[in-house]
Ligand binder design. Sequence first.
Ligand code: ATP
Length: 271
Amino acid sequence: MRLVDVGKSYRPGSPVLTGVDLVLEPGVPSVLHGPNGSGKSTLLRIAAGCETPTTGRVDGRPDVVGYLPDRFPALLRLPARRYLRHLAAIRGVPADDAAATAEEVLAELGFTGADDEPMAALSKGNTQKVGLAQALSCGAGLLVLDEPWSGLDADAIAALDDRLADVRVRMLLTDHTGTAETLPGAQVRRLGPDGRLDRGPGPTASRVRVRVEVRCPGDPRAVLDRLPPARVEEMAPGRLVVLLASRHSDAWLAAALAAGCSVHDVVREQA
Ligand SMILES: Nc1ncnc2c1ncn2[C@@H]1O[C@H](COP(=O)(O)OP(=O)(O)OP(=O)(O)O)[C@@H](O)[C@H]1O
């Protein structure tokens, strides 16, 4: 799939995106960085087919796209599972397949909403889990995920890491937590404030990862809830191993120390 010379203007003379070229290949998650307002969500909507570019084109978009928007519709009265069945029907995905996968994702992420609770009444984290379930259960050939880790608790962050690490379809994400950079094969691209995409995959430094092992008091889950997001590699009573993008490792280590952990090992590795 390829975005060719994509531009977008909401008002004449004020382009949000200019000349964006981007190739999305299976197994190579593209992680989009950029300042607030630089057009990341706009580019994701165009890639997902929810918005048309003002100039340029999108070639080879797979028929089924799993899209997690930046703002998930919040005022829905349907309960989550009925909403998921409804979306599967709209997409023409066999209801049983979609429901089974959605249930699996909800269980993995630890969804705790009640069966009859309207979507509008769900907490932010549970709403995000439903959004992820609909995107990940539709048999998509392209996943477009806008801040997928936003609002998730520590267990759900780890579960989502695991699931996305196994995904081999095309993937385009935004993520301010630094977690997406550690996905296997991830390439970081930057949108500048002028709405232009850098010319190649991100600088090597952004692909350096740091494996950190800490000793922590008691259950690592309780500690994780107080730390910035990180990919959890191993977890046992009193012990935690995480993988971080190098630029986030100092902040994570400082937070871990403040939470009463002690650093056992730090290893830098190339992604
Ligand atoms: N539907 C719309 N109508 C008019 N302007 C819009 C619309 N959607 C986005 N914009 C404008 O386009 C610009 C880029 O917005 P966008 O949400 O794509 O940026 P972003 O990089 O995702 O921002 P953030 O990091 O804050 O989420 C902003 O100036 C925004 O106000």
